[in-house]
Design a protein around this ligand. Structure first.
Ligand code: CP
Length: 309
């Protein structure tokens, strides 16, 4: 049974298929509004979320299905010490598909090996966030019309930023992409991502601390938040949190067609004044996330023979 724990669990053909389905849903939502009638999605979120949990739930409701939700680590029997395996086996008795967010890296993988229904990783620690990447991919497709030949700047917390790790995995599979990794020394991309993904596939990249210097080359600037919850000490967080703040003064160095992306939530790293610039795409990403989660739910439920479309 197919689960999606990493973006690499989906081939580029499958991603093309999901992008096509999302496009059809956007064009004719009424054709999809009853497909999941009688089916249930369980959202198990052991870490805070606004976009991912609510977009999964909105996605299932818009497909005509229902939702069971655990929102918060303290509101399920995980707080009593129940294992991820037992939780996954239990929820499989109630739901047809599970979306799980967990602070521990690998938790959704453990859940998928025990569950009897498909499991989707909705973010595990500083590791992966494949459905954010699906939202990012649909946004790139709609803004740029292609997945190849792009110079992508990734800026901020590249060490703990799970959305960055998943996006690099995804975009490295398409030809002629190039990455500019913009971060403070302490928040550089982990060497396992550089070695196992970028170097292993011969994808060109450069590392810099200079956002303004990198701007003129970029087709896409993907900003990220410095993640307070991943730091071991508050002093380091306070020192690094405002390393990069994108404002209209810096935007003057960007191409007229550069797209600014951010998985959100933001704290200070993009000034609110940038929101009204036509290059700002981050709220489009939010909406695209719902459509891609609809497409993914349909795809995984079709794989187990529960829906037809
Ligand atoms: N982008 C994202 O994962 O947002 P949430 O943490 O609000 O789900």
């Amino acid at each position: 049974m197919k689960s999606v724990i990493s973006i690499l669990d989906l081939s580029t053909d499958e991603i093309d298929d999901l992008v096509r389905t999302a496009g059809k849903i956007i064009q004719r939502p009424q054709d999809y509004s009853g497909i999941c009638k009688g089916l249930k999605l369980a959202t198990l979120f052991f870490e805070p979320s606004t976009r991912t949990r609510l977009s999964f739930e909105a996605a299932m409701y818009e497909l005509g299905g229902n939702v069971l939700s655990v929102a918060g680590a303290d509101t399920s029997s995980a707080a009593k010490g129940e294992s991820i395996r037992d939780t996954a086996l239990t929820v499989s008795c109630y739901a047809d598909i599970i979306a799980m967010r967990h602070p521990k890296e690998g938790a959704p993988l453990v859940a998928s090996s025990a569950a009897t229904v498909p499991v989707i990783n909705a973010g595990d620690g500083g590791h992966n966030h494949p459905t954010q990447t699906l939202a990012d991919l649909l946004t790139i497709h709609r803004e740029k019309g292609r997945f190849s030949g792009l110079t992508i700047g990734l800026c901020g917390d590249l060490k703990f930023g799970r959305t960055v790790h998943s996006l690099i995995q995804a975009m490295s599979r398409y030809p002629d992409n190039r990455f500019v990794l913009i971060s403070p020394e302490e928040l550089k991309l982990p060497s396992y991502v550089k070695k196992d993904v970028l170097q292993a596939q011969g994808v060109p990249y450069e590392q810099t601390t200079d956002l303004v210097g990198a701007m003129p080359d970029l087709d896409i600037l993907y900003m990220t938040r410095v993640q307070r919850e991943r730091f071991f000490n508050e002093e380091d967080y306070l020192r690094l949190k405002d390393s990069y703040i994108l404002d209209m003064r810096k935007m003057a160095y960007a191409r007229p067609d550069m797209s600014v992306m951010h998985p959100l939530p933001r704290v200070n790293e993009i000034s609110v004044e940038v929101d009204s610039d036509p290059r700002a795409c981050y709220f489009k990403q939010v909406l695209n996330g719902k459509y891609m989660r609809m497409a993914l739910i349909l795809y995984l439920l079709r794989e187990v023979g529960k829906v037809e479309y």
